[in-house]
Design a protein around this ligand. Structure first.
Ligand code: SF4
Length: 464
């Protein structure tokens, strides 16, 4: 059994503000439209209805879920969608009551056809949506239930039913991996037996799934998108969308850092500015890399920007360092996805920001010269100090506490990597133990703190 999830799937290029509430629903809606077409049902479809359950119903409006579904039904995919399209389609259906499915077949669809049901939680996952195609006479032509399980990954009723009885998220690559592992203890054993680094193990697994060139190009595209996102965030001021009218801060912080020679090369401030830049782009619905979710998308790129800006290294080693960093992050992220959860709706923010912090800590540790044991230690420290972190976004927007939380977690990731490097990799609490603890804590956490905006800051901060 292996929990390994390819880096090219764990890090997907998409749009903000949420991987589970925006990217996943867009993918699900596109899949539904393609299913209708493949089954020859599109010509007979006169209307489409959508029900959003649980967390999707509770915070879907703030996360842009209905608009993302419209874009998906229209045929857009998160990787290539024009970030302005979802809002344009939302305005269009409000005015016209119609949508062109896959850009070619008009159906009746108005805002009231996307029904929010926050009090109904389907048994398989708290992020559920049901899509129904009906004829002009009201007959149901096709219906599918989708689950957005975090990180933009989507399952259907049938795919989850196939794994019924398991209480962990399955990851079953179709191809045989040279180094399958389910737990970090197994990953460390592989490294020791084969004398490999964690990035070597991940690279070998990736190359069993795709051609080496494709893997390199995919990792390069991910890093390129992360850089573009940071650059855009550091240049853009103004107000974020939504009722909070929150000011964007990354550009102002960067300006101050650039102008003041005394702090220009202060790494902590820049690290935070990088993370805030990404999360402001995400909150504005811009192009981001899901890492491993959109809410937590700032941590992994921020720590990598920190590494390139503040750690002296040979120019010709940079591309290799970048790829190794992403591979280690994916190797660790796979452990979270396969043994616990990376979904805020399932495990609280410890599953999102905690996982990203742990992935970045381990990845930084390896590119700073850490052994596999030190990498495992860094990842463990980072999660240990995110345990219990709740998800309580104010007004259902991925802004408060999310944006600052990424900046703080980026600092924790760097501190965890450095702390691990001062040790020899031997430590009391294993990464496996802390992942299992996170899973149990998430299971026991009240649903108020799992992306429903019914508790915590979400009910104590007055929306203006
Ligand atoms: S509080 Fe954390 S888990 Fe919740 S939406 Fe924000 S970043 Fe995601």
């Amino acid at each position: 059994m292996s929990c390994y999830t390819s880096a090219l799937e764990l890090f997907s290029i998409g749009v903000g503000p949420s991987s589970s509430h925006t990217v996943g629903p867009m993918r699900a809606a596109r899949d539904f439209a393609l299913q209708l077409e493949a089954a020859g049902l599109l010509p007979g479809t006169a209307a489409v209805r959508v029900h959003l359950y649980g967390s999707l119903g509770a915070t879907g409006i703030g996360h842009g879920t209905p608009a993302a579904i419209l874009a998906g039904l229209a045929g857009a995919s998160p990787e290539t969608v024009d970030p302005s399209l979802p809002a344009l389609l939302a305005a269009h259906i409000a005015a016209e009551g119609t949508l062109e499915v896959l850009g070619r077949h008009p159906v009746a669809l108005s805002p009231s056809d996307i029904v929010l049901e926050p009090r109904t939680v389907l048994p398989r996952h708290s992020n559920a949506m049901r899509m129904t195609a009906v004829t002009a006479g009201g007959k149901v032509l096709a219906e599918e239930t989708f689950y957005s399980i975090g990180g933009g990954f989507v399952e259907t009723e049938s795919s989850l039913a196939a794994t019924a009885g398991m209480d962990v998220t399955p990851a079953a690559p179709a191809k045989v991996l040279p180094y399958p592992y389910q737990y970090s203890s197994e990953l460390l054993a592989i490294c020791a037996a084969e004398k490999l680094s964690i990035s070597d193990v991940a690279w070998a697994n990736e190359c069993a799934l795709r051609q080496a060139d494709e893997v390199r190009e995919g990792l390069d595209a991910i890093w390129r998108t992360m850089q573009e996102c940071v650059d855009a965030g550091l240049k853009t001021g103004g107000i974020l969308p939504g009722v909070l009218h929150a000011r964007r801060r990354a550009a102002a912080i960067a300006d101050r850092l650039e102008q003041d020679a005394a702090v220009r090369e202060t790494s902590l401030e820049w690290l935070q500015a990088f993370a805030i830049a990404v999360n402001e782009e995400n909150a504005a619905g811009g192009r981001v890399v899901t890492a491993p979710t959109n809410g937590a998308a700032g941590i992994i790129p921020a720590v990598m920007h920190y590494f390139f800006r503040f750690i002296p290294q040979e120019e010709q080693r940079k591309a290799d360092n970048m790829r190794r960093y992403l591979l280690v992050a994916a190797a660790i992220g796979s452990l979270y996805k396969g043994n616990a959860s990376i979904s805020g709706a399932e495990a609280g923010c410890q599953g999102e920001v905690g996982s990203a912090c742990s992935m970045a800590a381990g990845a930084l540790c390896e590119v700073l010269g850490g052994t596999p044991e030190q990498v495992e230690n860094a990842a463990e420290i980072a999660m240990e100090h995110n345990l219990g972190l709740t998800c309580d976004p104010v007004a259902g927007l991925v802004q408060l506490p999310c944006i600052e939380r990424n900046a703080i977690a980026a600092g924790k990731a760097v501190a965890s990597a450095r702390m691990a490097l001062y040790g020899d990799g031997q430590h009391l609490v294993s990464l496996d133990t802390v992942i299992e603890t996170m899973r149990q804590t998430g299971r026991d956490m009240s649903s108020k703190y799992k992306e429903t905006s019914e508790g915590g800051l979400a009910v104590n901060v007055i929306e203006c």
